[in-house]
Design a protein around this ligand. Sequence first.
Ligand SMILES: Cc1cc2nc3c(=O)[nH]c(=O)nc-3n(C[C@H](O)[C@H](O)[C@H](O)COP(=O)(O)OP(=O)(O)OC[C@H]3O[C@@H](n4cnc5c(N)ncnc54)[C@H](O)[C@@H]3O)c2cc1C
Length: 421
Amino acid sequence: MERFAIIGFGCAGYHALEAIRETDKEARVDVYSDTALPPYNPMLTTYYVAGRLPYEGLFPFGTLEDIAQRLDAHIITNTKVTAVKAGERTVVLSDGREERYDKLLVSTGATAFVPGSFADLKRAFCMRTVDDAVALHDALERREYKDAVIVGASMVGIKVAELLYKRGCHVTLADMAPHIFALAAYPEVSEMIEDRLRNMGIDLAFGQAIAGAEEHDDGTTTVKLADGSSIDTELLVLNIGTRAATGILSPDEVTVERGIVVNDHMETSVPGIYAAGDCCQGNNLQSGQTQIIGLWANAGTQGRAAGRNMAGAMGESDGNILHNITHFLDMDFIGLGDNRLTGEVKTFRSEDGGFYLQAVLKDGKPVGFNILDNYGVSGILKAYLIKVLRGERPVFSAEQRGQLVRFGLSENFIDELGAAL
Ligand SMILES: Cc1cc2nc3c(=O)[nH]c(=O)nc-3n(C[C@H](O)[C@H](O)[C@H](O)COP(=O)(O)OP(=O)(O)OC[C@H]3O[C@@H](n4cnc5c(N)ncnc54)[C@H](O)[C@@H]3O)c2cc1C
């Protein structure tokens, strides 16, 4: 009987297990998890902290007992895999035991990155895991914070800013980058969002490094900026970024760059070892290179593709593009494609000013879109962009045109996008 192992039980690991079982009902599947929790959705952590989601809502796939029974898996909890011995086809567990596998999936996700200058802080919070969410949730239950500094103006940072702002906290959002959503938004769109945030009373400290922070006995923290200025705060939340959790693999055996490098079958440089989700670099359709695409839906598709391949039902992951969809403070922001690519800019603004779209075209073809306050058009525009990248003839069907118009885009603008090709 074949023996599969899955290391890390998040979105990617769960979908891989499900895909294995669709093809192979007999094989033994060992799932190693360093927590005792069912697979959770990190995207929902801020909703839990905000009191908008009950604790159980963090776990979209059910309890561990239910999953183990439904998908016939040996789920080994509270057990960190400390190393993979690719040559011997074994995994080394935190208690020193070694277990054999025939095929292995590494789906260890990513961890919150805390730079050395913040490493000694006792009272700063992060936002990645259920434990992080519970810690911030409980701290907010225990006392009322008048102000907060959130480091990292990313999709995660803005959600934390939102929940604290809605609790009446004065929020400062800080980032080394000159603008909010530096990895997804065009500067003009960032500026529009920043104007709205300032109008709400949220302070922005962008464009300079955060040099460090000092905690005081009275419970406050001084955040020091690179220009010598500082901000005193009662609450510090760090969302500086994430790092792919790749440490259990030896780079001498398996190719690891920023993430574990995989091919379209989600297989690493070592046959029989697969990787999926935030720990790996899959195909970015736009750059044609492998890249970490740290998105929930992407982790699911990659996990499924890995599971299918492990079980022998060949399946490729189609690759993906960078895309961010986020709702915060009564705004929707959607970024599609690599925002570093420049070219001809086309913009659309609805008459009531409530919907703004910026498209960037290179050699007459769209390479990216930013959308403010209209998620209805995003699916069609994403599909359109992917068609362009695949070299297919990109046309809007009559139904898609109708939908774009219904969601507020003008016929003229749709023609402009199409006419550019
Ligand atoms: C606050 C927040 C907001 C987000 N918002 C969005 C969003 O709006 N849209 C979007 O698409 N994505 C969003 N994301 C990203 C999305 O949640 C991730 O891309 C996705 O959860 C990745 O799934 P994964 O299975 O690869 O990794 P994870 O969910 O990180 O799961 C990996 C699991 O492996 C375990 N593990 C790690 N190492 C070991 C080991 N050595 N041994 C055993 N177990 C191990 C970990 O404990 C973890 O349980 C957000 C993330 C956060 C934190």
